[in-house]
Design a protein around this ligand. Structure first.
Ligand code: HEM
Ligand code: NAG
Length: 323
């Protein structure tokens, strides 16, 4: 049975379905949700992420992106972690995710450790929310409060993932309207894009911008294109850092790069291209505290997108499939 819920006065959920309309005592997200049922949860996630990021710093970025791609498609419900089944085509093979999203095995590893301590208690969605924070913090990023108590989806939608994740060739207007449709202001979109101070992108996603667009620094283009042949189908999956100055450090270099016409993606450079976000990019480029603050606040907001709570969803035992 499908329930549609919205927050009311922070006290109750108003829930309705085709057969039930009424007030239901809420099970709210709270940072203390597992304090008694799984007190070791946060330290398990921290230890596992520390190990993973020490082995490969980029994994902190990859897990942050995994969480964002989960939240933007039907909320933070771990739907992105579901493998395809005969019943549905999952999100993993959607255009923005296929051959691109990383970190599934890291989440599986954390989940196994958590199950060994607190069996069938902690959702994959909450593990992903905690791991994304940890990955960010380990790379020097800000911290935010992680609310817990999400439950896991029993289905995933490839078509929604194709529709609701932004394209690297998006214009500024595309980006703003997509983020506004998800409840974020243009400035919050620009702050969240600062995640591209971390991690890498593939040739197939930056080729046309770096080869073709007029607003690209030529010396930067020459470097980025050494490993990205002009011809489609050649070197498509070759990765280059989104922020070549400091790909494993959460800092303001991403914004400084944009002001130097060194945005790797068309969608990055759109934020500093004579439009409404130029002043925000300038401000973040020289005000690390403002960037960190705004990024953390926007991540806390992202983490609260359409949470799936009891009586909906389930606690998946294996993040890759429904129970
Ligand atoms: C504003 C619209 C956005 C667009 C168009 C966009 C697009 C992309 C693309 C195309 C890639 C490279 C993927 C590949 O080449 O396979 C990427 C990487 C990445 N994105 Fe975004 N992104 C956006 C916003 C965000 C947000 C809001 C976050 C997180 C808060 C984020 C975090 C990341 C990270 C961390 C990576 C690097 C991942 C890795 O190295 O594994 N992005 N993004
Ligand atoms: C829950 O645990 C966290 C972390 O150990 C702690 O900071 C917090 O005060 C605890 N909350 C309650 C209500 O006990």
């Amino acid at each position: 049975m499908a329930f549609y819920c919205s927050r009311l006065l922070g006290l109750f959920l108003l829930c309705s379905s085709s057969s039930v309309v009424g007030y239901v005592r809420a099970q709210f997200l709270s940072p203390d949700f597992y304090n008694s049922s799984c007190p070791g949860l946060v330290s398990i996630v921290q230890a596992e992420m520390r190990r993973e990021v020490a082995a490969e710093s980029r994994m902190g970025a990859s897990v942050l992106r995994l969480f964002y791609h989960d939240c933007f498609v039907n909320g933070c419900d771990a739907s992105v972690l579901l493998d395809d089944t005969q019943a549905f085509a999952g999100e993993k093979n959607a255009g923005p995710n296929a051959r691109s999203l990383r970190g599934y095995d890291v989440i599986d590893g954390i989940k196994a450790k958590v199950e060994a301590t607190c069996a069938a208690i902690v959702s994959c969605a909450d593990i992903l929310a905690l791991a994304a924070l940890e990955g960010t913090v380990l790379l020097g990023g800000p911290s935010w409060r992680v609310q817990l108590g999400r439950r896991d989806a029993t289905t995933a939608s490839q078509s929604a993932a194709n529709r609701e994740l932004p394209s690297p060739s998006a214009t500024l207007n595309d980006l703003i309207s997509l983020f506004v449709s998800k409840g974020f202001s243009a400035q919050e979109m620009t702050a969240l894009s600062g995640a591209h101070t971390l991690g890498s992108a593939r040739c197939v996603n930056f080729r046309s911008h770096v080869y073709g667009d007029a607003d690209v620094d030529p010396a930067f283009a020459a470097k980025r294109l050494r490993n990205c042949p002009a011809v489609t189908g050649f070197g498509d999956d070759n990765w280059e850092p989104l922020d070549a100055q400091s790909p494993a450090g959460f800092d303001t270099a991403y914004y400084q790069n944009l002001m130097l016409r060194q945005g790797l993606l068309r969608s990055d450079q759109e934020l500093f291209n004579g439009g409404s976000q130029d002043s925000v990019v300038k401000m973040y480029s020289s005000n690390a505290a403002a960037f960190r603050n705004d990024f953390a606040a926007a991540m806390e907001k992202m983490a609260a997108m359409s949470p799936l709570t009891w009586p909906n969803g389930q606690i998946r035992l294996n993040c890759r499939r429904v129970n």
